[in-house]
Design a protein around this ligand. Sequence first.
Ligand SMILES: *[C@@H]1O[C@H](CO)[C@@H](O)[C@H](O)[C@H]1NC(C)=O
Ligand SMILES: *[C@@H]1O[C@H](CO)[C@@H](O)[C@H](O)[C@H]1NC(C)=O
Ligand SMILES: *[C@@H]1O[C@H](CO)[C@@H](O)[C@H](O)[C@H]1NC(C)=O
Ligand SMILES: *[C@@H]1O[C@H](CO)[C@@H](O)[C@H](O)[C@H]1NC(C)=O
Ligand SMILES: *[C@@H]1O[C@H](CO)[C@@H](O)[C@H](O)[C@H]1NC(C)=O
Ligand SMILES: *[C@@H]1O[C@H](CO)[C@@H](O)[C@H](O)[C@H]1NC(C)=O
Ligand SMILES: *[C@@H]1O[C@H](CO)[C@@H](O)[C@H](O)[C@H]1NC(C)=O
Ligand SMILES: *[C@@H]1O[C@H](CO)[C@@H](O)[C@H](O)[C@H]1NC(C)=O
Length: 684
Amino acid sequence: PNPYNQLQKFCLLSFSEKLLVLTVATEETDGFHRFIRSANYFNYTVKVLGMEETWKGGDVGRSIGGGQKVRLLKEAMEALADQEDLIILTVDSYDLIFAGGPEEILRKFQQANHKVLFAAEALIWPDKRLADKYPLVRSGKRYLNSGGIIGYAPYINRIVSQWNLHDNDDDQLFYTKIYVDPLQRQTLNMTLDHKCQIFQNLNGAVDEVLLKFGTDRVRVRNTVYDSLPVVIHGNGNTKMYLNYLGNYVPNAWNYEHGCRDCDDDVVDLSQLKYPNVLVGVFIEQPTPFLPEFFQRLLTMDYPKDKLKLFVHNNEVYHEKHIQKFWEENRNAFNSFKVVGPEENLSQGEARNMGMDLCRKDATCNYYFSMDSDVMLTNRQTLKLLIEQNSTSPLCLVVSRGVWNIPYMAHVYLVKGSVLRNEMKERNYFVLEKLDPDMALCRNARELGIFMYITNRHDFGRLISTANYNISHYNNDLWQIFENPADWREKYIHQNYTRIFTENYLEEPCPDVYWFPVFTEKACDELVEEMEHYGSWSGGKHEDKRIAGGYETVPTDDIHMKQIGFDKEWLHFIREFISPVTLKVFSGYYTKGYAIMNFVVKYTPERQAYLRPHHDSSTFTINIALNNKDRDFQGGGCRFHRYNCSIESPRKGWSFMHPGRLTHLHEGLPTTNGTRYIAVSFIDP
Ligand SMILES: *[C@@H]1O[C@H](CO)[C@@H](O)[C@H](O)[C@H]1NC(C)=O
Ligand SMILES: *[C@@H]1O[C@H](CO)[C@@H](O)[C@H](O)[C@H]1NC(C)=O
Ligand SMILES: *[C@@H]1O[C@H](CO)[C@@H](O)[C@H](O)[C@H]1NC(C)=O
Ligand SMILES: *[C@@H]1O[C@H](CO)[C@@H](O)[C@H](O)[C@H]1NC(C)=O
Ligand SMILES: *[C@@H]1O[C@H](CO)[C@@H](O)[C@H](O)[C@H]1NC(C)=O
Ligand SMILES: *[C@@H]1O[C@H](CO)[C@@H](O)[C@H](O)[C@H]1NC(C)=O
Ligand SMILES: *[C@@H]1O[C@H](CO)[C@@H](O)[C@H](O)[C@H]1NC(C)=O
Ligand SMILES: *[C@@H]1O[C@H](CO)[C@@H](O)[C@H](O)[C@H]1NC(C)=O
């Protein structure tokens, strides 16, 4: 059976539309799907030629070729040659989108008053020697581009029926030779769309075009000819720019409505079986808050038995963190594989290995790659990304819309089927001297695979790994400047903000305020840090650390300055203590300044209590760092003037009281175990 009989029938049925789009595509690439979406949006009638064929037309992106397109068009036109009123629009598809509809094209074509109209561009290709043969144009683009042709069916047929070359010969050269022949140009009534009324080729013309946002639609405007072209063609080296335009045109996004077609492909995972995901984790440099990174992975809202874990750790420093997580959670996941620093893998090799694990495993539906500096605060992230089901395989998360982008890094989701088909080679992360993520992106782009980012939800943030000093014992304590959000989450008490929203604080003695400030972790890590440092002062009167060298009421302590934590501690005071001061001692504006910042250790064996004294401060904070009855017995604080004692300090809670005159106080004896407190004399 001749397929073109069917085509003819089809055309007769839609004859009222008068315009038939013919395109050649041998593969359903992402670019092809984008073309079809834009064509469907405007209700074009499109016939795709060549889908069951192998491409033999050469690498048109880099050299000549494309003859196969003419051959297919010639075959298709045979059946349409006698339809005098039918207008054929033949365009490329992988790198082309429509910005307007069929009525507009037909109107503009009629205005051009020719039987055949070709796209035009300022660059001549492939044979520069033909330049002189082109008719001169006073303004506009002079040379033919074969990516877009519109004309009456009999005329198009008369052109393409001249084809008798090979599939890998050049289509543009073929059309050019016909066009520059003055006789043919006249008899076939051909011209070029010199001023981009219909066709906009982007090659060499990226500076000419702008996006124009309308109420329903986004268009491309050619600012040189003041035209609104209908067919936008990312020819030559402008694929990335077309991808950018395609994020908006024709109606993907606008200011008023935001993202239009973002929900088109969304699926509801709760209605489906959860797909299997291989999570690749890459720890390529010392990274703050790694235990928290793993906790987030564990608490992600996704069935753990559907998750396999592959961890590449390049840092000896992190082995203890991974070991701990592995011991506690190895059975939580479907599988758990760690490749450590002893393997001495390069980043590229490690990433290839992770991706390959999914590729080789036919049950792996998705590969989710995450670098250790990615803090996914949104527990739904993986679900949301899978539900987005972009027609395309790659997604990058950033901080509303889904965008086609040239590069991505840090975290992305790839369909397993893509790894086993379009990306079945194995070495995408190693390319020249490129960073591995850049290498992946370049490879994906060259394969015509679109990568999308989505910012339709808040997914999380990136940790700063710069200036991470790992020479301390608990290094995250020092991250208050570099990663304040993560520092706060790890170290500031869950109910701290309720002080301000719900008056969540107590006054156990007059003008002694008591409020939550530190998490258990903050307390534990600070104590560990001090014990790791180890040089407790011994509670002697002679003290070289302070001005004057003599302390009248000495404690057994270590100063924050001694562990290099004074700047961080003062910042903590300004960020988290000052607001409380303003609340409870209203009208007093603290400078948040303190010289004496230290951790005190009370134990019956060394120093168990502190005699009544005043502090050299405007006010003092005193944070309990461990638990009464679990870690020690006794302890507490007594304020003499008010005959008032607080005997059950709470771990992570701080007292705040005036330092001089009214608040003579003493440290009550610790009778067993060891009690730790952190103290600052603020505004001395
Ligand atoms: C395409 O056709 C549909 C159904 O006839 C119509 O609702 C829609 O408005 C058309 N689209 C355009 C852009 O004209
Ligand atoms: C081309 O065809 C149009 C009608 O479609 C006619 O008006 C015009 O004169 C023709 N031009 C030439 C150069 O033959
Ligand atoms: C690790 O690999 C690098 C380069 O691949 C090599 O220079 C280095 O000697 C290797 N180190 C060890 C300990 O094998
Ligand atoms: C996701 O998209 C692909 C390709 O567009 C489609 O084949 C598949 O059916 C979609 N999945 C679901 C669950 O809708
Ligand atoms: C890291 O911290 C240690 C100990 O406080 C200090 O000696 C060292 O200078 C710091 N390194 C950097 C690069 O800041
Ligand atoms: C915060 O307050 C709530 C309600 O009072 C309590 O259940 C929770 O344990 C508190 N959080 C912490 C860390 O103490
Ligand atoms: C202090 O308070 C205790 C009970 O809390 C009471 O027994 C004692 O008499 C008080 N002392 C003074 C001097 O008021
Ligand atoms: C002191 O604490 C230890 C454990 O912390 C406990 O075994 C012992 O019984 C305690 N002694 C007294 C006198 O409470």
